[in-house]
Design a protein around this ligand. Structure first.
Ligand code: FES
Length: 113
């Protein structure tokens, strides 16, 4: 029997301190409204200057400076210009914006809450 993945789409939402300070908990409320997407909560994804940050799989697209509206579009898999402007990089096609990534390697968070 073939195993089926109930959640082919997974979204990793950073709930580290910097992302929370910039509205990640509002994004979490959008996610809790339910879109049939498996939501994975993460600590610091090491992209703090772009907070709040989320990654959508299976493509592996990293988004930054998300608003609740943009996060809703991300969850639904919509692609529009506004959401596209928040893409930091895509793992699948190696679209990488080094000018952003170079600024995005802070020290890991030290809080253990
Ligand atoms: S706290 Fe979210 S990327 Fe660092």
């Amino acid at each position: 029997m073939e195993a089926r993945d109930e959640h082919p789409v997974r979204v990793v939402l950073c709930l580290g301190i910097r992302c929370r300070r910039r509205g990640a908990l509002r994004l979490l409320k959008v996610a809790q409204a339910g879109q049939g997407v498996l939501l994975i909560r993460a600590r610091c994804l090491r992209l703090c200057p772009r907070a709040p940050v989320a990654v959508r799989y299976p493509i592996g697209t990293w988004y930054g400076r998300l608003t609740p509206e943009l996060f809703g579009a991300l969850l639904e898999g919509r692609s529009d210009e506004a959401l596209e402007s928040s893409v930091v990089f895509r793992m699948a096609d190696s679209v990488f914006r080094p000018q952003i990534a170079a600024k995005a390697l802070p020290e890991p968070e030290s809080d253990l809450d």
